[in-house]
Each structure stands twice: as structure tokens, then as C-alpha cells.
Design a protein around this ligand. Structure first.
Ligand code: MG
Ligand code: MG
Length: 264
């Protein structure tokens, strides 16, 4: 069931998502060689709670691995998504995707950014740049009257034409009172296919893009998704609303980019 949001609900959704943007900005400040993903998690948990919200990922159930034990997902290098924070220090040249969710005033924020640790190989930076570009191409396509398949096509075409893999098993989603609502928002598709996008539709668009093959598997912890060939993967995510006919981006990378500059 697809639940279109009112103006008031869109503003509440924006508040929850702006908090995610601020949290990612705080994380950007501490990311460097030697920092552990557990430290990133602790910072996010404290910052979110200090801002009167709840980190939504903590305790998400999973029959194969038990509830998610942390407040953010931290996915390093070949980890695509759902990585569990650890005490392993980040190394120079690593990439780390930090996916963050908040619940504030009954609405969910959800956004992800892939960060560089120190000096990252140019070909890996190119993967991050392309993935981020594909997110914004998907967002530009998300206007009233277009169809869901147009978004997936925009992401897929941009990434596959540059030789990257587009993960099929995991997709974006509707968002609102629930973190995951209908519809599913794949990062692949055909133009003109799928539901018509309407004002009030709120969705998370989240390309998960691999440097090599798009094949993935789940580690024994039941959570961490990794590439089968061990090559790096990138993940960027924004929550948007179709608002006054256009894509209105609810989350924000502004705080991250204030720290990082426009790396990609
Ligand atoms: Mg997310
Ligand atoms: Mg999401």
C-alpha cells in the first residue's frame, strides 16, 4: 500500500532527514586512518539521541543473524551494505559507507554516504563519483508524471555504461512512519515502466554499485552483504519527496561536503 504524504508530513520527514544529514556531517569530521567503525557508531548514537531522536537501525530484527547491534551500518571496501561496526581501525585507502537512520517525531530519516579514508586509489574514487552522480540522475528523473522505472533506468544506464555493476537484490523504498514502505525502488529498470510518480510520494533512492561483478552474498553474521569478487562497492542514498511536481531532497550531504569539500 502506497501512502502519499501531506505537506505537514513532508516537513516532519524533512526534519528527520536533516538530522541524518547533520549526523553524517559529524561523522565526516572524525573519519581518518586509525578510527574504528565502532567509534563512528558511538558518535552517531550519541548525536542522534542528543537531538531527541532514535537511531532506527538499532535492534532491527533478522531471523538469520539476530537484531542489528548498532546505530549505523558501516560497510568497508568490499562490503556493500549492512556492515556491523567493529574495533578494527580504518586503514589509509579504505572506503566506508555509513548508512544512518533516525526516527524523529514519528517520521524516518534514511541516508548514506561513502567516505574515503586518507588517500584512496583514483579508480575507487571514480566508482564513488559515478555512484553519487547516478543518485542525482535518479533524483532528477523523479518528477510527477514520470514512472518508477525511469529512476532505475537513469541509475543503471549511468553506472553500467561505465562498466560498473548494479546490485539487484537490494533496492530503495518508500519511507514515512515506517523506514521501509511501498513501493520498492530498484536501481535498474526500463523507461516508462512501473507506477506513475505523484506528489506526496516519499522514497529513498540508494544506488549500490560495484567495481566488478554485481554478484553479492551475505556473511555468516546474517547481515553484512559483500561482493562475491571482493572488489569495492559504493552506496549513496537520499530520501526525497515528490513535492510541487519535482524531487525535493529531504536529506542532505551539505554538512559532509562542508568538511570534505566536493571530492566527488
Ligand atoms: Mg539507508
Ligand atoms: Mg534506505
Amino acid at each position: 500500500m502506497i501512502y502519499l504524504k501531506t505537506e505537514d508530513e513532508i516537513e516532519l520527514l524533512r526534519q528527520a532527514n536533516l538530522l541524518v544529514g547533520k549526523t553524517l556531517g559529524e561523522i565526516a569530521r572524525i573519519i581518518k586512518e586509525g578510527v574504528t567503525t565502532r567509534q563512528i557508531d558511538k558518535l552517531a548514537d550519541t548525536f542522534i539521541r542528543d537531538n531527541h531522536a532514535v537511531p532506527t537501525f538499532k535492534g532491527v530484527p533478522n531471523p538469520y543473524g539476530g537484531p542489528f547491534p548498532a546505530s549505523v551500518c558501516t560497510s568497508v571496501n568490499e562490503q556493500v551494505v549492512h556492515g556491523i561496526p567493529t574495533d578494527e581501525p580504518l586503514k589509509n585507502g579504505d572506503i566506508v559507507s555509513v548508512d544512518c537512520g533516525t526516527l524523529l517525531n514519528g517520521f524516518n530519516g534514511d541516508s548514506c554516504y561513502t567516505f574515503c579514508v586518507g588517500e584512496v586509489k583514483p579508480e575507487v574514487k571514480e566508482l564513488l563519483k559515478t555512484t553519487k552522480e547516478s543518485l542525482y540522475l535518479g533524483i532528477q528523473t523523479a518528477i510527477a508524471g514520470h514512472r518508477l522505472g525511469d529512476i532505475g533506468y537513469a541509475v543503471q544506464n549511468h553506472c553500467e555504461s561505465r562498466g560498473y555493476g548494479v546490485v539487484r537484490e537490494l533496492v530503495g523504498h518508500g519511507i514515512g512512519h515506517e523506514m521501509h514502505e511501498d513501493p520498492m525502488v530498484p536501481n535498474y529498470g526500463h523507461r516508462g515502466n512501473g507506477m506513475i510518480l505523484k506528489n506526496g510520494l516519499c522514497i529513498a533512492i540508494e544506488p549500490m554499485i560495484t567495481m566488478g561483478s554485481r554478484e553479492i552474498y551475505v556473511l555468516d553474521d546474517g547481515w553484512t552483504i559483500v561482493t562475491r569478487d571482493g572488489k569495492p562497492a559504493a552506496h549513496f542514498e537520499h530520501t526525497i519527496a515528490i513535492h510541487h511536481g519535482k524531487a525535493d531532497i529531504m536529506s542532505s550531504f551539505e554538512e559532509v561536503e562542508k568538511v570534505e569539500g566536493k571530492l566527488y
